[in-house]
Design a binder for this molecule. Structure first.
Ligand SMILES: [Zn+2]
Length: 382
């Protein structure tokens, strides 16, 4: 091991005996008290020295035996310790040179995860994941590119038809793909951003085809329909197989001038598309009539979609997806984040599982709600 204080966190002394690592409240840590000898030892923890050499340096500094170990324990407990040898190309570590473009992402993961080698393992684990993105419009294509670029091993994109000029975007489908089959264009985009052997996966043609339905081994489905209606008012029918197979799925899209990220549905655990539909019908009995009209006929030929809004939605959706894939439950879990032009204030709605929904999430939520009563105020979908 080559111990180092996580280099991603900026270091500043609050006083002679108190040092702060990191700036933002979400991840900053204060270490105190720190005596002069420990301070000197801290400055040697830059990852260039192995433990043996550090022990010798500690003796040179006049520090008692065990001082280094105690400091390392303290740093580890504070989530500040990293192992420089774990992320080195060519070492037996899991990260190789092909992942060099992800160094900044690795540094970010090191801030998020406390254990010394967790960031390296999280990043490496992404290569074994298989994610399906359904819809290759502005949002979907960009989400697929981002997941591929972030090291997700297999990114499949499902869509039909051909690329329209207004679907191209920086970071998404490039201008030269206009007129090409969407699935093929998206597949090339995924390959172009692949890190360390990302595969573009088999691309099905239309949504609803055989390999698109809750196929086994999917870590996550990201639902990004070109017409944002399917993300804003999720259709329970295509979601049925994901509920049955327990496949987590995340909705994201732009509808008219509103962008949404979420809900991330954990089947049987959080509100699903069917829950949402039941809940909204309870509150507004004409809802089914409206839905039938919104969904009738062909998809909107030219859905309104602001480029910057779509980019923001795609970026946030990919970040939520990655947080989930890395083992956390992001704020979109059972909730929807929504933002509208032109004021762009993000707001969240917690989505309540419906007791009549066969997904069963409401049964699990009962106990949770009872214990949370009085502490939180649930807001429901509007
Ligand atoms: Zn449900």
């Amino acid at each position: 091991m080559h111990p180092m204080v996580k280099p991603a966190l900026r270091r500043a002394w609050r006083s002679l005996r108190c040092v702060q690592f990191g700036i933002t409240p979400a991840h900053a840590v204060v270490l105190s008290p720190v005596d002069a000898g420990t301070g000197d030892l801290l400055s040697l923890l830059d990852g260039t020295r192995g433990t043996e050499l550090l022990r010798a340096e500690a003796r040179t500094l006049g520090l008692p035996d065990g001082h280094l170990e105690a400091l390392l324990d303290r740093l580890a407990a504070a989530g500040l310790l990293a192992d420089a040898s774990a992320g080195r190309p060519g070492k037996s570590g899991v990260v190789d040179a092909a992942l060099d473009p992800l160094r900044a992402d690795l540094a970010s993961l090191s801030v998020v995860h406390r254990e010394p080698d967790r960031a390296v393992r999280k990043l490496a684990a992404r290569r074994a994941l298989r994610v399906q993105v359904r819809g290759a419009g502005r949002v979907g294509a960009m989400v697929a590119a981002l997941l591929s670029a972030a090291g997700v091993g297999t990114v499949e994109v499902l869509d039909s038809g051909r690329v329209e000029p207004w679907e191209t975007a920086p970071g998404g489908l490039p201008a030269e793909t206009v007129g090409e089959r969407r699935a093929a264009a998206a597949r090339r985009l995924v390959r172009r951003w692949a890190r360390g052997g990302t595969r573009a996966g088999p691309t099905g043609a239309a949504a609803g085809q055989g390999d698109g339905r809750g196929s086994p081994g999917l870590s996550l489905v990201v639902v990004t329909p070109r017409d944002g209606l399917g993300a804003y008012v999720p259709d329970p029918v295509p979601a049925g197989p994901w509920i049955t197979t327990g496949t987590p799925h995340l909705y994201a899209g732009v509808l008219e001038a509103t962008g949404t990220v979420g809900p991330l549905v954990l089947p049987g655990g959080t509100a699903c598309a069917h829950c949402l539909q039941e809940e909204l019908t309870d509150r507004d009995p004409v809802r089914p009539r409206l839905l039938a009209q919104w969904r009738s006929g062909a998809p909107h030929p030219l859905p309104a979609c602001d480029l910057s809004l779509a980019t923001a939605v795609a970026g946030l959706a990919a970040a939520h997806a990655l947080a989930f894939l890395d083992g956390d439950l992001p704020a979109s879990t059972g909730a929807r984040w929504e933002v509208s032009l032109p004021l762009l204030e993000w707001r969240a709605e917690r989505l309540r599982p419906h007791p009549d929904c066969p997904c069963g999430a409401a049964r699990g939520a009962e106990g949770e709600r009872a214990s949370a009563a009085g502490r939180t105020q649930d807001t429901m979908a509007g």
